[in-house]
Design a protein around this ligand. Structure first.
Ligand code: LLP
Length: 427
């Protein structure tokens, strides 16, 4: 459920007509709904009521300060994967004791930064990282609470580029190696093994991979207990899928039932790292049609492009396309390719999609763009980063202005040998 709907024929975000935002900030732009973000956080928590839980929102899905602050006010923690994300979480008001640091390649500087901030937990992904973290912590006179991120070798059945829980993926530590590494970690004075972490992939639309992976996690937790490791919590990762189109992913309530069944009796705090589930359907990308080109097929060329929303080009992702002006009932649908202006054949948002009649100047929205949209944008083709707008009820606010060309080009510097104009007469 989200809060983007037609009212009197005009697409609104909550109580605000999106055309009004387009008039204020220009196109293209991202728009997020506060009510949807809050609703998804609440829906995720409802099924888990009564359990000791901490929801650490995966910042990588959408790390705008206003989005993080909305969730932080709702009591969420943060899952970060870089020193940059850690800084974003702290600045947006997430308390350090609700922050978990994941990722396969933390640098010593990032470890020191996180230890100084006093974060809750590091999710460690390899033996060398374990030793590196121990060394950094001892140097700073600290003890880092850790989880080993274990790889259960379960196929999550998602797109190849977003699955993480198989042996051949770069993520995590083979689950069989975990008992030995926990014993080793327990003997290192810079570390305190406190948790086990797992994340098997993203956009899972089936509970069975979760069930298989969680079963292994439970077995490992029991085994470590027998080995005398004092676990305080388990981190079950993120990955629960959302509907982009016709998929019917498990509901947060179904997921919660599974979690309760497998972990409810352990007396451990349960942590989660949802990203997409919280913000995916809370955001849209609004764009304007520039041209409609009939060339054998119908190409609708809009002003947004793959650099603004990479998912269709990168994962063949399907995003619903809707006009901001509601089509008349019974308006004819005809196949069209919705494409952007970037010079790449992959710059296609939708192929042979049944779309209503569209003409130059019409506004459209790509739905379910709140997760892995703005954060994955680039400035390819020297296209400035888009504005992001957050709506709350009747209000809207530009939470990131459109990047100026000056800010974009002004980053470049000429070396001394190019900074003088060529001498007159030089060839
Ligand atoms: N925790 C860890 C350790 C992760 O690697 C991820 C996502 C999450 C949590 C959050 O997963 P979520 O709940 O959002 O599924 N760019 C891709 C998705 C990449 C996901 C990377 N890791 C996409 O646009 O589909």
């Amino acid at each position: 459920m989200d809060h983007f709907h037609y009212r009197q024929g005009l697409l609104h975000a909550e109580e605000v007509p999106l055309a009004a935002i387009a008039a204020a900030v220009g196109t293209p732009f991202y728009c997020y709904s506060s009510a949807t973000i809050e609703r998804h956080l609440a829906a995720f928590r409802t099924g888990l009521a009564g359990l000791d839980t901490l929801v650490c929102y995966a910042l990588k899905a959408n790390s705008n300060q206003a989005v993080i602050a909305t969730l932080a006010r709702g009591g969420a923690g943060a899952d970060v994967v870089s020193g940059g994300e850690l800084e974003r979480a702290l600045r947006a008001g997430v308390p350090a004791e609700r922050i978990v640091f994941s990722g396969v390649g933390k640098t010593a500087e990032e470890m020191a930064q996180a230890l100084a901030a006093g974060i809750l937990q590091f999710n460690v992904e390899s033996e060398p990282e374990l030793l590196a973290l121990d060394a950094v912590a001892r140097r700073l006179g600290k003890r880092a609470a850790i989880a080993l991120r274990v790889n259960p070798d379960v196929d999550a059945g998602t797109h190849d580029k977003i699955t993480t829980g198989r042996k051949e993926n770069k993520f995590g530590i083979a689950i069989e190696a975990a008992p030995r590494l926990y014993r080793q970690a327990a003997g290192l004075s810079g570390l305190r093994p406190a948790s086990i972490a797992m994340h098997i992939g993203s956009q899972l639309t089936d509970l069975r991979p979760f069930e298989a992976a969680f079963g292994r996690l439970r077995d490992l937790a029991l085994r470590l207990r027998r080995d005398g490791i004092a676990l305080e919590r388990l981190d079950l990762g993120g990955g629960l899928g959302i509907p982009y189109g016709r998929e019917t992913p498990p509901t947060p309530a179904d997921y919660a039932l599974l979690v309760r069944r497998l972990f409810g009796d352990l007396g451990l705090r349960l942590m989660f790292e949802p990203g997409r589930l919280i913000v995916g359907n809370a955001g849209i990308l609004v764009s304007r049609v520039l041209y409609v080109k009939q060339a054998g097929r119908r190409f609708v060329v809009c002003d947004a492009a793959m650099n603004d929303l990479l998912r269709p080009a990168m994962y063949d992702a399907w995003h619903a396309v809707v006009p901001l002006n509601e089509p008349a009932p019974g308006a004819p649908l005809a196949p069209a390719d919705l494409v952007g202006p970037v010079c790449e054949s992959a710059d296609v948002f939708a192929k042979e999609r049944a779309l209503p009649p569209l003409g130059a100047g019409d506004l459209i929205a790509l739905r379910t763009a709140g997760a892995y949209g703005a954060v994955m944008a680039s400035t390819y083709n020297t296209r400035p980063l888009l504005p992001e707008v957050l709506v709350r009820g009747h209000e809207f606010f530009t939470v990131r202005p459109r990047q100026t060309l000056e800010a974009l080009i002004g980053q470049d510097r000429l070396p001394p040998w190019l900074s003088q104009r060529p001498a007159k007469g030089a060839a």
